[in-house]
Design a protein. Sequence first.
Length: 112
Amino acid sequence: MLTWWYSGFEPVMEKVLLHHIWVLLPGFPLAMWNRDAFEAVGNHFGCFQHISDDTLKCIDKRVGWILVEIDMAQGLFEKLDIEWRGFIYVQTVDYWGIPFRCSNCKRVGHLW
């Protein structure tokens, strides 16, 4: 992860909370399988960055993959309610590439 350098910067002491994480959307509704829908869902988690090429090409419609910049201090969702055309879908969520972080100080790089 990259972060801004400043005078007095010490990487060991830096608390980096923004991370790029792949969000997996298993069973994402096929009627919503388009860039705009994936981008809207990604922005719900943080700042949408990218859709995987396989997802865009509909290679595997069992799961959609989006890359999102997430503030780890906010926590991670287990599921998400998506409203579309008057219906509510309960979307389960999984993550790939979550960094280990300390349960006390929330810093990445150590576990305690």
